[in-house]
Design a protein around this ligand. Structure first.
Ligand code: DCB
Length: 453
């Protein structure tokens, strides 16, 4: 075996350089100027509104960046109520602040121009005010760490769209914009026509607090869904998708066929719909499209393929990079059949759905078969109940499915975020998700699923 050996004199040089770097780093870290950088970070005033990012300049002085515009807050005149300007960073005293620690743990930013004046931010404006204990002058550090199960908070996805960008499929694996594998986990809504009270930014944000980075918007086509109220349901859909995106979540737009059995039944409506929404979200990396939820009633892969070949180009024309999920025969179970005769498009995945109380090893075998043939699988719907949405909760059967999905790095969405009186519902009947979701709101299924994100 050949190993490259550096000449002895070079190793000496490297060693002394390393020593020098280490000594300099230690000196730098221990000097008082560096210690003053402890207020670096994002701060929010007690009155809500805009956030500022503090960046240490020198000697305990900070510049503050307005997070909406990315510009530096600048004092234009030192008087009470003077609006702050947002300008480019020019290292001027009018752009520098010192920090005063308050008793309640918050901090106040004092202008270097005159330390009796402080930064005040309300929902409406950023001004200079005479230093006081007012909420608008008391800033708390923003904590981005997701709240843990049971906390019931509202958050944004910690590993979502802003960190991962456009998704694509490499082999059978979903990868992010940098080519690293990414697994998405989250909830599916129930039918938008019935449960849009759980597709709000707060309700979806509550799932993010537990670690979810995906939300699926189930837009039924029949059963009083889209086809019977196009403009009304479309509005609900846009609201739900925007809500998920506002929480940094990836979001699936699901054309939820069910009682219509065969996706070809409403193919022309599907083309119109997907043309419209993919144009609307053309430059939006967070959106994925699921073009037919669960073909059933004997619909074969040939027909689904024909439908997919008609709908995919419509989406791709508007939004060429979007990942598209295609339903498979028998309520999206026969991924093995699709794998034997795959679609020719890139960045396409095959939908696989299961219900723990009904489906077992024989169905996992279909997934293994599909993956071994190189077909990418997305578990865009699964439940802890039986296939009718009731029965159970089948926790030990679900445990086996969860470890199977982990083993194969499969992304999933659980059915469903609603308070319907059925065991697959994640919330108890009558639950309100607007103030976060906690022990009080979660059903037995919800408790189980929310601890798995
Ligand atoms: C799927 C559907 C989904 C359905 C769930 C649970 O259907 F994608 O829409 O949700 O799985 O059955 C249920 C709701 C009910 C609602 C009903 C009709 O939970 O509240 O009343 O939809 O809108 C499946 C999946 C698998 C199988 C059968 C069905 N299977 N199915 O394997 O037999 O009959 O709907």
């Amino acid at each position: 075996m050949l190993t490259k050996v550096r000449p002895v004199e070079m190793r000496g040089t490297i060693f002394s350089r390393l020593l020098l770097v280490t000594v300099l780093t230690l000196l730098f870290l221990s000097c008082p100027v560096q210690a003053a950088a402890r207020y670096n970070g994002t701060w929010q005033s007690g009155s809500g509104g805009g956030k500022v990012k503090a960046i240490h300049y020198r000697s305990g002085k900070y510049r503050l960046i307005d997070l909406k515009s990315g510009k530096t807050l600048t004092v234009s005149s030192v008087k009470k109520g003077a609006r702050l300007k947002k300008t480019a960073w020019k290292k001027k005293a009018a752009q520098l602040w010192t920090v005063k620690k308050n008793k309640n743990g918050t901090i106040t930013f004092l202008s270097v121009k005159n330390k009796r004046y402080a930064l005040s931010i309300t929902k409406e404006k950023a001004t200079l005010e005479k230093k006081s204990g007012a909420k608008s002058m008391s800033f708390a550090k923003e904590t981005s760490a997701p709240r843990k199960a049971g906390a019931g908070g509202i958050s944004s996805a910690a590993n979502g769209v802003s960190q991962n960008g456009w998704l694509s499929v490499r082999g059978t694996q979903l990868v992010n914009e940098h080519g690293s594998p990414l697994v998405l986990h989250g909830m599916s809504s129930h039918g938008l026509q019935w449960y849009s009270n759980f597709t709000t930014s707060n309700a979806i944000g509550a799932t993010a607090a537990y670690g979810a980075n995906l939300f699926r918007v189930a837009m039924y086509t029949e059963e009083n869904g889209y086809l019977s109220n196009k403009s009304g349901i479309l509005e609900k859909l846009y609201d739900a998708v925007d809500a998920a995106l506002s929480r940094n979540m990836y979001v699936i737009i699901d054309w939820h066929i069910l009682s219509d059995f065969n996706p070809k039944t409403h193919q022309s409506e599907a083309k119109t719909f997907f043309n419209r929404v993919s144009a609307h979200y053309a430059n939006t990396p967070g959106v994925l499209y699921e073009i037919c939820n669960e073909p059933n009633g004997g619909t074969g892969w040939k027909e689904i393929k024909s439908y997919a070949n008609a709908v995919i180009p419509v989406i791709r024309k508007n939004s060429p990079r979007s990942v598209i999920i295609v339903g498979t025969p028998t309520w999206s179970q026969d991924v093995d059949v699709a794998a034997a005769d795959p679609l020719s498009y890139a960045n396409v995945m095959y939908a696989f759905h299961f219900y723990a109380g009904t489906h077992g090893q024989w169905l996992r075998d279909k997934v293994s078969m599909a993956l071994s043939k190189g077909a990418p699988v997305f578990v865009s719907e699964w439940g802890t109940s039986a296939a009718d949405g009731n029965g159970g909760v089948y926790k030990s059967a679900a445990n086996i499915w969860i470890s199977f999905m982990k083993q194969h790095s499969l992304s999933w969405a659980n059915w469903s975020l609603c308070d319907k009186s059925e065991s697959s519902a994640a919330l108890k009947p009558g639950a309100n998700a607007e103030n976060g979701i906690g022990e009080k709101e979660l059903s037995a299924s919800g408790k189980y699923v929310f601890s798995q994100f």
